[in-house]
Design a protein around this ligand. Structure first.
Ligand code: GTP
Ligand code: MG
Ligand code: ZN
Ligand code: ZN
Length: 348
């Protein structure tokens, strides 16, 4: 069976509507890309394909090493170690470090102390090439000739990493979650087998509720640098029209770290719901109108939290808000089922 070199899907020339379609005259094209990958790669057009029944556990059991790729911007949301209890060996790779305002030491210390991870950690940016040399040398030394799988949730950069490490540009990468849909395997000169896999779909990640255009805006693509806000009680800050934080008691100096394409808007607690209702999808984007309607259908949740300085409020699939000074009670408005976490700040 021939597979697409980009996304792993078995190729077929029978039905253009089904995944893996390749026009018959292209079957022998050395690029070996399915039509979907071709469109992603050359036209930036994305089509989502559900990945069902992918044998994650079987692969996890059968490889010598799992590199669990974690998104530095959303560590909690992409921390799926539990999923791989039967793995022989796991290395944690925190990717997208180019987007983070933390040092390597701060991240490793935080993973040790807060996540209790005592195993190997690598910090990489497959975009900038940071941390790849050391990772590659150790991988190739310890696991030479063995099978290594790159696993994790969607959109963390698994395919980008494999492509960068092997200098292989045929593996499809895209800004949208759900690009790789089956096994993509490569063997290097030393006989080491690299297996890129589809991403697990995380639960509760905000950008998974959005359309491809909104996803492009919400998924950070530039280094996150927060702007400071002071909010006293009765004041709200909305993060686009996607989420908002209201100080109920006390006062807080805070710094939101979200994509630069998510506008931050201050308002009064009393006006907040009105602002979101009237603004979201109009002058307060993302979300677009369609995504806002979808969120309205799903519903919103409101959580009251006691917070204090030194904590980050991390919202999966959106970013985090660092609480710099002060303490108080806040209310957090989010689309229902989106996960959030109060964590000790990575900055320490
Ligand atoms: N800023 C930044 N972006 C990255 C980095 N690595 C990957 N990306 C971007 O993240 C997006 C997803 O990359 P992929 O390699 O397709 O991610 P994946 O984990 O294979 O995703 P799925 O196949 O959907 O599971 C693309 O837009 C990449 O350019 C990185 O180190 N830094
Ligand atoms: Mg991929
Ligand atoms: Zn493909
Ligand atoms: Zn949208």
């Amino acid at each position: 069976m021939k597979r697409c070199r980009g996304c792993g899907v078995p190729l077929q020339s029978d039905d253009p509507k089904r995944p893996g379609y390749i026009p018959p005259e292209k079957l022998d094209d050395p690029r070996g890309l399915c039509q979907r990958c071709f469109k992603i790669k050359y036209y930036g057009e994305f089509r989502s394909v559900p990945v069902e029944d992918f044998p994650f556990d079987e692969i996890a059991k059968n490889v010598d090493l799992i590199c669990l790729i974690v998104d530095g911007v959303d560590i909690e949301g992409s921390w799926v170690l539990d999923r791989f209890r039967e793995a022989k060996n796991i290395w944690v790779v925190v990717n997208k470090t180019d987007l983070l305002p933390f040092s390597k030491e701060e991240i490793v210390k935080w993973l040790r102390e807060e996540k209790g991870w005592s195993g190997k950690v690598f910090l990489t940016s497959s975009k900038k090439g940071w941390g790849l040399k050391g990772f590659w040398e150790e991988l190739n030394f310890v696991y030479r000739g063995k099978k290594v799988a790159f696993m994790g949730v969607t959109n963390v950069g698994k395919s980008s990493l494999v492509g960068r490490l092997l200098g292989d540009e045929s593996i499809t990468v895209s800004p949208w979650p759900g690009t790789t849909i089956d096994v993509v395997e490569r063997k290097n000169e030393e006989g080491t087998i690299f297996i890129d896999t589809p991403g697990l779909v995380p639960s509760g990640r905000l950008y998974d509720l959005l359309c491809p255009d909104c996803q492009k805006k919400v998924i950070p693509s530039k280094k996150l640098s927060g702007k400071i806000f002071f909010l006293k009680s009765g004041k709200s800050l909305s993060l686009g029209g996607l989420s908002a934080l209201t100080v109920l008691t006390g006062g807080l100096l805070l710094k939101p770290f979200v994509s630069y394409e998510v506008p931050l808007h201050r308002t009064n607690q009393k006006r907040l719901k009105e602002v979101i209702k009237e603004g979201a999808g109009e002058w307060l984007k993302p979300p677009c109108k369609g995504c806002f309607d979808r969120i309205e259908e799903i519903g919103w949740s409101e959580e009251v939290l006691e917070v204090s300085e030194g904590l980050d409020l991390a919202i999966s699939g959106l970013g985090w808000v660092s609480l710099f000074k002060g303490e108080g009670k806040i209310s957090l408005l989010l689309p229902s089922k989106v996960s959030f976490n109060l964590r000790r700040s990575i900055r320490g």
